[in-house]
Design a protein around this ligand. Sequence first.
Ligand SMILES: Nc1ncnc2c1ncn2[C@@H]1O[C@H](COP(=O)(O)OP(=O)(O)OP(=O)(O)O)[C@@H](O)[C@H]1O
Length: 204
Amino acid sequence: MSTQPGLVATDLRSSRVGPVTLHVRPGECLAITGPSGSGKSLLLRLLADLDPHTGRVTLDDTDAQSIPGHVWRERVAYFPAEPGWWSEQACDHVADTGAARTLLGSVGLSERMLSSKIHTLSTGERQRLALVRGLLHKPKVLLLDEPTSALDPDSTALVEQMLAGLKRDGTIFILVSHNAAQTRRFADRHFTLRDGRLEEGDAP
Ligand SMILES: Nc1ncnc2c1ncn2[C@@H]1O[C@H](COP(=O)(O)OP(=O)(O)OP(=O)(O)O)[C@@H](O)[C@H]1O
């Protein structure tokens, strides 16, 4: 049994962010707000071990440095505000179309979308497809960077509903969002990133 269940960052820092120390427990969502350019995305990238840093990050006592980077990022998945694509065909990004079908439906997308080319999809469709792509690995931590910025209110509600189910099942969330109403709805604790450091406060 882990002695510190959840995601723990200790004295995490890079040239632009930190030191940051935090502990997010299973089923908890921590929201991070702060001015544009304050380093919110960079902090998510440090937690996903995508950029050079010092300090330590563990998930259920497993140190990020003790397992291969791609395995860490399947468990601690970073969803950037602008997802990248490595193939023109949508289906190439989804290994298990059966599992994808249910997830696509839950965020208001049709399975037919998998036969589309990425550049023909709308920004909001790409945003939801990127979410589905990452969720197929069943991550224990979701690092969400403006996850519904391109979505209309109905699609946003669907995405939040799907994410709330994962949260109830114990998935950990760190949500970066300029959408104050969304962070109030979804997050349990609220932080602002100021001068590279996290300050806990009230819901915005
Ligand atoms: N790869 C990089 N190399 C150098 N500087 C970078 C790099 N990525 C980001 N920065 C800089 O670091 C700072 C923080 O960027 P970051 O993307 O984390 O901001 P943010 O708080 O997420 O902003 P926003 O709310 O606009 O998304 C910015 O000044 C940005 O220009």
